[in-house]
Every structure is written in C-alpha cells, then in structure tokens.
Design a protein around this ligand. Sequence first.
Ligand code: PFF
Length: 448
Amino acid sequence: MKKSHSQWSSRMGFMLAAAGSAVGLGNIWKFPYMAGEMGGSAFVLTYLLFMFLIGLPILVLEWLIGRRGQKNPIHTMEDVAVSEGRSKLWKWVGMIGVLGSFLILSFYSVIGGWATDYIFLAIKGTFNGVDGAGTGQIFSNFLGNVNSLLIWHTVFMAANTLIVALGVGAGLERSCKVMMPGLGILLLVLVGYAAYVSGPSFGEAFNFLFTPNLSALNGTAILAALGHAFFSLSLGMGIMMAYGSYLGKDVNLLSTARTVVILDVIVAMLSGMAIFPLVFANGLEAGSGPGLIFVTLPIAFGNMAGGTILGCLFFIFLTFAALTSSISLLEPTVELLEEKTHMGRKTATVVSSILIWALGIACILSFNEWSNVKLFDKNIFDLLDYLTSKIMLPVTGLGTVVFGAWMMNQKRIREELKLNEFWFSIWTVLSRFIVPIAVILILIYGFI
Ligand code: PFF
C-alpha cells in the first residue's frame, strides 16, 4: 500500500480547513430552521451545551486517532486497533465512516447546486416583488426541472473535483484560507445589513434566539440539538479522522478543537441573526422548516431596499460554506482510493467524484420523475439523509468514542492531550460515559 505523506502546512491552515468542513449548510440552512421550529432559544442553548460537552471530545478523538494512523480512516482504525492489541474488526468504524461521507456528498452536492443557482436567480431579479406563493412556485418549478438541477449539481461537483485533486495543501488548505475569511466578511455584512433594514425586528430576533425560554424544551428538541451538534462538526463520517491523518505531532488538539467549535457556533448564531430579523421584519413564519432559506427568505429579498444585492451576497455565502464542507466529504474516499490502488491523487479524485455525481442524479430524480419511488416510505433523497445522519453518523461516532475511551491506552492519550489530573478526570467521565450515552440516545431517537 502506498502511504500518503502529505501534511497541512500550518496549524492555521489545518484549523481553517477543519472549520471549513464544520461550517456549512448545517449552520446556515439547517440550524436556523431547526431553531425556528423548536422554539428558538431553548434549542439554541441546548445545542451550545452539546457542542462543547459531546461534540468537542469526539472531534478531539477523531483527530487523535487519525494522527496515530496517518492513513485513510479504514486503515487508520485497523492499524491503531492492532497497535493497541485490539481486534482488526475496528476497521468497520472507518468503513461506515467513509461510506457515510460518500453517501452524504451525493445529496449535499445537489443542495450546494441549489445554492449556486439561487445566486443567479437573485442577480436576475427573479424575486423582485414576489410573495410566498411566488417563491414557493419558483422553488417547486426548480425542483421539477431535471436539467437545471443536473447542471448545477454537475457544476458543484466539478468545483469539488478541481479543489480536491490539487491535494491537501494546495487544494483543501489553500481554498479554505481564501474562502473562510471571505465567508466571515460576507456574514458580517449580512448581519449588519439585516440590522440596518429591519429596525426593531433585530431585537426581536435576538430575543428569539437567545433569551432563555426553557418551557419550550422537550425531548425532541434536546435530541435534535444533540444530533445537530454532531452533523455540524462533521463528526462520525471519517472526515475529521482523515484530516487528522495529515496532522503533525506538534499541533495541540484540544485548543485547536476549541477554536473550531467556537467558530462553528459563531457562524450558526450569526446566520440566525442575518436571517431572523428579515423574517420578522417582513412578517414571515420563523418555523417554516427546510424551506426557510429557499422559499421564505427570498420573499424578504424581493421586497426590501437593496434586496437584490443582499440576496445575491447571501447565496454566494451559502455556496462558499457548502463548498468548504463538500470538499471535506470527498476527501475520505479519495484518500482511500489513493492509498489502496495505483491511482494517483488526480485519478482517484475524478473516479470518486464521478461515482458520487452519479448517485446524486438519483437524488435529483427523487424530486421529480422518481418521486413515487419509495423505500420505507421515503424517497431516495430522504432515505440517504435518514440513513446517514440518523444511523451511520451516530454509529461511527459511537464506535470512535468507545474505541478511544475504552480500547486505547489512556495514559498516552493524557500525555498527548497535555491534561492535568483534574481535567483528565473530567475528560474521562465525558469520554467514557456521558458522550457514549448521549450518542446511544441519538441513535434510539433516530429509530423512533
Ligand atoms: N458540517 C457540515 C455542515 O454543517 O453543513 C456538513 C457535514 C460535512 C456533515 C461533513 C457531515 C460531514 F461529514
């Protein structure tokens, strides 16, 4: 087997790439609509707690295991398991992870394609003066148009292929070094603009997201927040393990993870503060679900001063965020093919992309021609989403944390994380008990 010797060129580059993976559609598309549906602040505060208590330890363990193995997630798990005197079967954790990232990318790219197309719809002034029925119609026409969905999915996958083929340093790292600061600036402009045009609704949005209202907290919201903390940090997909395999010994895992979690949380919160003021100022429905960004928000863009430019900036922002995540979804498959076959990096990227692209076509058809094709009462798109985020992701996450906390030498982990007695005991309680139990709960919740 060939071994990939690439490494991130700096801690900063690695951190931006990891944050790029974490910050994505989950922060901008999913988080606001989930918060809207689940009563705002109660959901937000629970999510915040889980990001640090549950997400952070798993993130650290994925990097730590990846750095030990220095290979794709499957062979990393196998090698590390053998070196710890454990069964080779642990490689299944890596296997489900790689398969999961492959499957997620097939539909993630379709949604990335929507975001890209919406940039052009905004530029063309398609949303000018429309009402809810109008944007609903635009969106359903769009979903019914196989050709345009296919074109944008193809464009989006091609962009992924170009970046990932360039390699870890010149592709993943460099593109995130450009896109992540760009994303930060766009986001600040969007929030500033929302504050400027929406007047008192800005305060209303702030209260909606941050004033504690624990009466709205129920089991569903708690478990959804937990699941989302997972998705949002790109955990349980072999991604962070693959990113860890390119990591040098000198990088401090805990402090880097803390920064990535904080960045991810800030983007989710600011996205909420860019979106909800517009929703409230225009008298729109906060709990409108997955259509919030593609159906509800365009009404606001179409009916406010400067809406064309704001809409355009918003969808550029969404596309960038989706792209920095989707390249990370491609990486585990590419790393596997590159190391296990004689393909070079470029061929491995093209082959992986074509396979994922083809599966994406099935997702596209599930919105129109194949909308009646159902398994377990779900179309292909919903089925892939369900299978990956509700089952594969927690299973891999559980495998990772059980392996890291129960199968590996804890003394070495303590040294590697540079923890004193006190913090190590907290780490132990979290990683051995609290995190696995929380993940088992997410799994059970997924089934019911
Ligand atoms: N973390 C990304 C987001 O929040 O959009 C999505 C994601 C990327 C999920 C990679 C899972 C994953 F493995």
